[in-house]
Ligand binder design. Structure first.
Ligand code: SF4
Length: 209
């Protein structure tokens, strides 16, 4: 069975575990870890989505004691498995209400589904980290190579939608991934603040983690 739940530290009892729901994504970021390696800390990340909720639960239940937080992340855009994510969140809320749940997302979900899916996740997730990645649309398109129209504006709208629903939202950028692209982190932070979100500048690490 491939990796659906994994950790990125060497501890037997990690504080955070990550959930790898899909390898599909509506971006193709030039710094994406998927272009560099097939595993995260030895965990094989590629799969074809042919798993069940029970498969996720079984992998999650191997972690004892339970982690303090669960992050939907992995090698793809988690909201593309919207219903599966919802079901696992419900499982966590029911059985481990103290666990904090975060989604790392490209922020395209509302545009993809043409509805405000954030409302469906209110109460099921605590926080989102949304990849803003640029201070303007032209830079975003060059860095993220989105497969949807008006992606940059959609990302900003998604961040605002999360803030409006009371979900803790952080807009993130990745800097230092090459010598060609300059990311205006100061301007990105300003945009994040205007949207009511926190801001995180994540410096690129070769080969990740
Ligand atoms: S949004 Fe994330 S998973 Fe998708 S291409 Fe960019 S870095 Fe990779």
């Amino acid at each position: 069975m491939y990796t659906l739940v994994y950790s990125i530290d060497n501890s037997e009892h990690p504080e955070t575990v990550y959930v790898n729901l899909t390898n599909s994504c509506t971006n193709s970021c030039i710094f994406c870890l998927r272009n560099q390696k097939d595993d995260v800390c030895g965990a094989e990340m590629w799969h074809d989505d042919s798993y069940s909720l029970e498969d996720i639960i079984n992998q999650f239940e191997k972690y004892n004691p339970k982690p303090k937080s669960v992050v939907f992340c992995g090698y793809g855009e988690p909201f593309l498995r919207r219903e599966m994510m919802k079901e696992f969140c419900k499982y966590l809320r029911k059985n481990y209400p103290e666990i904090k749940i975060r989604v790392n997302t490209n922020g395209h979900a509302n545009a993809i589904y043409r509805t405000n899916i954030v409302k469906e996740f209110k109460g099921l997730i605590d926080a989102v980290s949304v990849s803003l990645n640029a201070a303007n649309e032209a830079d975003y398109d060059e860095i993220c190579k989105p497969k949807i129209k008006n992606a940059y504006e959609e990302v900003k709208k998604f961040i605002k939608a999360c803030v409006d629903e009371g979900i803790e939202a952080t807009a993130s950028v990745v800097t230092g991934f090459d010598k060609i692209h300059y990311i205006d982190a100061g301007e990105c932070e300003k945009i994040a603040k205007e949207l009511g979100a926190k801001f995180r500048n994540r410096e690129f690490i070769e080969n990740g983690y």
